[in-house]
Design a protein around this ligand. Structure first.
Ligand code: NAD
Length: 488
């Protein structure tokens, strides 16, 4: 399949799946190619009444799915992992086409999806042995057993920056736990999820276990958060919308998991390998064009090496190849949408007005006359109270500042309403550990790129999250605990 071939194969795409039937009619939404600004596909979408139908289907399917064994669900999850692996290239190209990320980055995404389904297959299998485990009690008059039960019909709402990865991080544990699902993909990037769903159906998932309602946040997301038939909502997206989801979910005391924004630090200690520090600052700041909740957009560098770091960092950032995500050698694609492109350029303008010093970038990229390309951008001398230093920009914009002591670095790293991730670069293992332990974040990498394994928890402190995804914690977030206590 060629790049152009990909473009031609779309047209009208069914975006609503209920009881394993694709519903092609109804409302429609144009999906864009961010590299060209052209319409890629017209996707059928739903509204509150469609969410009602999806919840009804998921409710009907729940008892039989709940009563399957963990081993049976594991078999299906492994088949899904294999199905995704068989269609890897199609999914990689779709991800690049709809999201704009370079092919290599899209490949990492699909590999993450595969490993997530494989991992939760293992946990589903292990569930059978953990079911009805005896609980030691301090009394011979009673016995007790512990059950892990699926929490019911769950609503999954996902963003556009890592579409299939975020979906897999919710869907695989939800299915492993025995929940049935109503999924809302991002209206900006529904195509990868819809293809993933086709692959999942081919593996024999019973009707009604996975239902999809594409559409906007207001028309579909809100009805999911409000729906009394949904037991739990797992949401990834912006803080503003996360707060709304929590408020809507409160009306039925729904369980919620939220994965929200970040403004994460990368701390470079005095003894750091400068080449490594520059590479990690580049990947932490500009991977996925900086559209990462985990972007390390605040770089804190020991004053003794700040000048040397800046020389190398600026050179490397100016050399980043921006362009067509399908072209060999491209390191950074466009932003995902016109709205995001305009938002990021407005942030940059406000940053300049705030008195920050623009070192490189700051404008539309000349890489392409079409599409939503922004130059990789660096600021220094950023006022501590500016939006540039404090707000999530979600674009290729990194701010650099010096520090004189380890305590000052830790204090600056933690002075944020967020706490998702951090990176520490140092040749001194003890100092790096000390700083890592003192930073309030759910994940800290030391001298490492932002590797995420399904085995490690994903989520953060403060306003970055409620709960944790991935690992056994991701599975537990879709389960209810039940103790059955019996008189002997
Ligand atoms: P967004 O909040 O605009 O949208 C996220 C999802 O919520 C979309 O599917 C959207 O349609 C839906 N939505 C919008 N309004 C809604 C409403 N009123 N009720 C219910 N659903 C609604 O976020 P985005 O722009 O798609 O994604 C970027 C944001 O996501 C960033 O803030 C980023 O930090 C965050 N994010 C966080 C993580 C994490 O793991 N912490 C991962 C990826 C992205």
């Amino acid at each position: 399949m060629t790049h152009d071939g990909d473009l031609k194969q779309f047209g009208d795409v069914a975006g609503v799946l209920i009881r394993n039937e694709w519903i092609p009619n109804g409302r429609r939404l144009d999906v864009m190619n961010p590299s060209t600004g052209e319409v890629l596909a017209s996707v059928s979408t739903g509204d509150a009444s469609t969410v009602d139908l999806a919840v009804a289907a998921a409710t009907e399917a729940f008892p039989a799915w709940r009563d399957t064994t963990g081993a049976e669900r594991a078999l299906l999850l492994r088949r899904i992992a294999q199905g995704v692996s068989d269609k890897r290239e199609v999914l990689v190209r779709l991800q690049s086409l709809n999201n704009g990320k370079p092919l290599e980055e899209a490949g990492f995404d699909v590999d993450d999806v595969i490993s997530t389904f494989e991992y939760y297959a293992g946990l589903a299998e292990a569930l059978d042995a953990r079911q009805d485990t005896p609980v030691a009690l301090p009394s011979s008059e009673f016995t007790a057993r512990l059950r892990h039960e699926p929490c019911g019909v769950v609503g999954l709402i996902v963003p556009w920056n890592f579409p299939m990865v975020t979906t897999a991080g919710k869907l695989a544990p939800a299915l492993a736990a025995g929940c049935t699902v109503v999924l809302k993909p991002s209206e900006v990037t529904p195509l990868p999820e819809l293809e993933l769903a086709r692959i999942i159906l081919e593996q024999g998932l019973p009707a009604g276990v996975l239902n999809i309602v594409s559409g906007t946040g207001i028309e579909v997301g809100e009805p999911i958060a409000l729906h009394p038939g949904i037991a739990k909502v797992s949401f990834t997206g912006s803080n503003a919308v996360g707060i709304q989801v929590m408020q809507r979910a409160a009306s039925t005391v729904k369980n919620v998991s939220l994965e929200l924004g970040g403004k994460s630090p990368l701390v470079v200690l005095e003894d750091a390998d400068l080449e490594l520090a520059v590479e990690l600052a580049c990947s932490g700041g500009y991977f996925n064009a900086g559209q990462m909740c985990s972007a390390t957009s605040r770089v804190l560098v020991a004053e003794g090496i700040l000048d040397a770091f800046m020389v190398k960092f600026v050179d490397r950032v100016r050399a980043i190849q921006v362009g067509d995500p399908f072209a060999p050698g491209t390191e950074m694609g466009p932003l995902v949408s016109k709205a995001q492109y305009e938002r990021v350029l407005a942030h940059i303008d406000r940053g300049v007005t705030s008195g920050a010093r623009l070192i490189t970038g700051g404008e539309r990229s000349a890489a392409s006359a079409r599409g939503f390309f922004v130059q990789p951008t660096i600021f220094t001398d950023v006022p501590e109270d500016s939006d540039l230093w404090n707000k999530e920009i979600f674009g290729p914009v990194v701010c650099v500042r010096g520090f004189s002591t380890e305590e000052e670095a830790i204090s600056a790293a933690n002075k944020t309403e967020f706490g998702l991730v951090a990176t520490v670069v140092s040749a001194n293992a003890e100092a790096a550990s000390r700083v890592a332990n003192a930073i309030q974040a759910g994940m800290v990498w030391i001298n490492a790129p932002q590797v995420v394994f399904p085995q490690t928890a994903w989520g953060g402190y403060k306003q970055s999250s409620i709960g944790r995804e991935l690992g056994p914690w991701g599975l537990a977030s879709f389960q209810e605990l039940k103790h059955v206590v019996v008189a002997s």
